[in-house]
Design a protein around this ligand. Sequence first.
Ligand code: TXE
Length: 487
Amino acid sequence: MAATHSMQTQLFINGQYVDSKSGETWKVTNPATDELITDKVQTAGEADIDAAVDAAAKAFKDASWRGIKAADRAKMMLKFADLIEAKAGEIARFETIAMGAPLSVQTFVAHSAADVFRYYAGWADKIAGEQYPDDDGTYKIVRYEPLGVCAGIGAWNASLILFAWKVAPALAAGNTFIFKTSEKSPLGVLSLGSLIKEAGFPPGVVNLVTGDGKTGQLLAQHMKIQKISFTGSGATGRKVADAANKSNMKRCTLELGGKSPAIVFEDADIENALNYCSQGFLLLSGQVCAAASRTYVQKSIADKFIAQLKERFDAAGQGMGADTLAPTTMLGPLADKIQFDRVMSYIESGKKEASLVTGGKRIGEKGQFIAPTIFKDPSENAKIYKEEIFGPVGIVKTFETEEEAIRLANDTTYGLSATLYTQSVTRALRVSAALESGTVSVNSSHSPSVQTPFGGVKQSGIGRECGKQGLMNYLEPKTIHINMKVG
Ligand code: TXE
C-alpha cells in the first residue's frame, strides 16, 4: 500500500509545518542498520518556542477553542483518534526507523495512543464542579478550570503514548499544548501535525516541536507556560523541576525512571512467571520505565527457575538483528549509540560486581543490538543493582522469606512499578500493600491502563498520568464563596 502519510521533519506551529528560525537541524540514524534516515530534522530555538507559546496562548483565549462546547472538543479528539488509528502502521514506522523498536510493537503503541484520546474525549464534558450548602450563611462552589498553555517533554522509548498521555487530558480540560519529542525519536509525533489539522483543532491548540535538552529547557523555563509534564531520566527531571520553579512556578509533573522488582514466590505459576520475567521484561529491549529489571526468586525454586530464565533470554536473543520492520520481529536494538555505549558500560562493570549468567555482549556487526543479559547475585551496592540501566539487562537474586523479599524489593531510591508472582490472593494483597511503588502488578509485568493512574513514588517521579488523576493535573480548582446574608 503506497504510503499516504508523509514523513515530516519540520516544526508544527500554529497549524503549519515550518522550519526552525535558526535553520539549525540535526540527524536521525536508524539504530538497527546505522543508516542515516534524515539530517533535516528542525531544532526549535528560542524564537520558535516563543512563536509556539504565542500561538498556544492566542488559541487558548480564542472563541474557536475557549468558546466551544466541551462536547465539540471531544468530537475533535475522537476524529484525531480515528485518524491516528487509520495510519497507525505508517506513524509507527517512523518510530521504528528512528529508535529501533520493532514495527509490531510501535504499531500497538500507536493504537494505544488513539485509545487514550478516546478515553479523555469521554471526560471533556464530564468535568463536574462541587457545591456545598450555605448552612453557615455562605454558598460554596468549586469550579475546575483549565490552566492555559501547557507543555510536555517526551522520552524516546514510546513517544506516541507519551504524547497521548500528556496532550489528551490537557485538551479534554480545555488547555492548549506544546509537545517536544525526544531528539532520538521525533518523526512519529511530528507526522501527527497533518492529522491535528484534519481533526479540526484550531491553529495553535496543539504545537509540535523538536530539539535536544536546550529546547526542553526553553519550555521548562518559559514564563508564559503554566504547566510542564516531563518523562525521562531522574537527572533531567530535576533540571526541569528547577527551571519550572525558578521561572514562574509552573505546575510540574515528572514521570522518571525505575529499577522495578519482580518477586517470584515458590507457589507461583512458574510458566507464567517465566514468560513475564523474560518476554515481559525484554519488551522494547528493556527500554521501558516500568520494566522489572530486578528479579527475586524464592530459594526453593531458584536453581531451576534461573536455568529456565536463561533459556528464555537466549531464545529471545536469537531473534535479535532481524529486520525491525518485519511483522514477526519482536526485539530490536537500543535507541542509539549513546544508549548502546551506556548499557555496555553497565555490563562491563557488572562483570566485576556479579556473575554473568548469559548475554553481556553485542549482537552482530551493525546496529546497536545487545544480547539479552542476566547477572546473578550482584553485591547490594553494585552499580548494576542500584542504577537504572534501561536495556536488556536483568538482575536475579534469591530470597528465603516474604519479609526478606519485601525488604530487598524496597531497598531502592526508585518506586515506579513492582510485580509479584503467587497463587495466594492474601499474599498478593499483603505484599502489594508493603511494596513502596506507584503501581503493583500481580502475575504479570506492569502494562499501564489509561483508566488507572501511572507514576512513581520516591525518586521515580511526582504526580500521575492516566485515569482521572491524569486529567486533574491539567485543571485548577477555583473556590467561590457567596455571602447569602446580603441581597
Ligand atoms: O533521557 P533524558 P535520555 C532514562 C533511562 C535512560 C536515561 C537517558 O535511564 O538511559 O534516562 O535517556 C529532554 N531540560 N529514561 O538521555 O535526558 C530530552 O531532549 C529539559 C527513562 O533520553 O531524560 C528528551 O526529550 N529537557 C525514561 C527528554 O528530556 C531536557 C525514558 C528525555 O531525555 C533536558 C527515557 C533539560 N535540561 C529515559 N535535557 C522513562 N521514564 O521511561 C534533556 N531533555
